[in-house]
Ligand binder design. Structure first.
Ligand SMILES: NC(=O)C1=CN([C@@H]2O[C@H](COP(=O)(O)OP(=O)(O)OC[C@H]3O[C@@H](n4cnc5c(N)ncnc54)[C@H](OP(=O)(O)O)[C@@H]3O)[C@@H](O)[C@H]2O)C=CC1
Ligand SMILES: O=C(O)C(=O)[C@@H](O)[C@H](O)C(=O)CO
Length: 289
């Protein structure tokens, strides 16, 4: 099993199921491993969600922007599972307006489309030039306090943005969903999250598929007899990230979740950490307004 990178290091995580829940600082829990729905075409979304839950995923990452929430809702209506076992997320897009009325309208549109409660609702982008994200956050707090959302979080927020939320409202997001993969490991932000009890959730965790051919990833994967995607998902989980790979291919969707039977060694984790190159495949937080 040990690769040349593994070198006999202690496999701290061996036999530990990494697909279990993470604890949120508001007392609720969230599965560490879920699947994402960005760019899942509406005519495939219903079947992807049914297949994902059937494969054992319990976290579904969606957003109004993905334009497939009605199909996700249809799938959730079909799935024969205790709803309390699922974590359904969505995000406020806010490109047109960020006023309270716009937040409420978007949230209600998502609720209607999904036909079920949103467990975790996030601000999709801080859009810092507009300077309204603290007010948007206040509206999310209001919705949470009214019992309409279980937990509230953010996405694409920097330390500076989160610090402002905390200083001005006293409410810490439960999660910050950010671009994170072996080529963009976000070490500083992860440390900041740790200090504040915020879960780091990795978007584009496979680098949109573009990290899968990396030679180090391939070597580690081969040593464990798994796919590069499985090795990367396992790396995320061992870092303590929540992770939401996307696939419209049922076999890949299933195998991306099948990561409890192997563990990266300390040396393999160290080899992954050397892959950092500050490379983004998506938009940066300050860029999108
Ligand atoms: N908050 C935010 O701003 C953002 C959030 N997200 C969230 O993160 C999720 C995942 O990010 P995403 O950008 O989709 O990128 P991912 O890193 O998850 O990569 C998805 C790509 O990898 C391919 N892929 C998946 N599994 C495998 C596999 N086992 N072998 C080979 N190829 C594979 C997919 O193709 P195929 O489907 O054909 O399998 C797709 O092309 C999104 O769906 C969304 O929920 C994403 C971007 C921004
Ligand atoms: O980052 C990009 O350039 C994208 O297209 C996506 O990340 C998109 O903006 C998004 O937010 C998906 O969740």
């Amino acid at each position: 099993m040990a690769s040349s990178l593994g070198g006999g290091a202690v496999a701290r995580w061996q036999n530990q199921a990494m697909t279990d829940d993470l604890h949120l600082h508001d007392g609720f829990r969230m599965p560490a491993l879920g699947f994402g729905l960005y760019k899942v075409p509406p005519d495939q979304a219903e079947e992807v969600v049914v297949a994902g839950v059937d494969a054992g995923y319990r976290l579904v990452d969606g957003a109004e922007f993905y334009a497939n929430e009605a199909e996700v809702g249809r799938a959730l209506g079909r799935i024969d599972i205790d709803r309390s076992l699922l974590t359904v997320t969505s995000k406020f897009w806010g490109e047109d307006s960020q006023d309270r009325a716009a937040v409420l309208a978007s949230f209600e549109a998502t609720e209607r489309a999904l036909g079920t409660a949103v467990d975790i609702y996030m601000i999709h982008w801080p859009r810092p030039n507009r300077n309204q994200y603290v007010d948007v956050w206040r509206t999310l707090i209001e919705l949470r306090d009214a019992g309409r959302i279980r937990s509230i979080g953010v996405s694409n927020f920097t330390e500076e943005h989160i610090t402002r939320l905390i200083d001005e409202t006293g409410v810490v997001p439960v999660v910050n969903q950010v671009e994170l993969h072996p080529y963009l490991q976000q070490e500083g932000l992860r440390e900041f999250h740790r200090r504040h009890g915020i879960v780091t959730q990795a978007w584009s965790p496979l680098g949109r598929g573009r990290v899968l051919e990396d030679p180090t990833v391939a070597e580690v994967a081969a040593a464990h007899g798994v796919t590069p995607a499985q090795a990367i998902v396992r790396w995320h989980l061992q870092l303590g990230n929540s992770v939401i790979p996307k696939s419209t291919n049922p076999a890949r969707l299933r195998s991306n979740r099948d990561v409890d039977h192997f563990a990266l060694t300390d040396d393999e984790m160290a080899a992954f950490s050397k892959l950092e190159r500050g490379q983004r495949f998506g938009t940066s937080p300050d860029e999108r307004q």
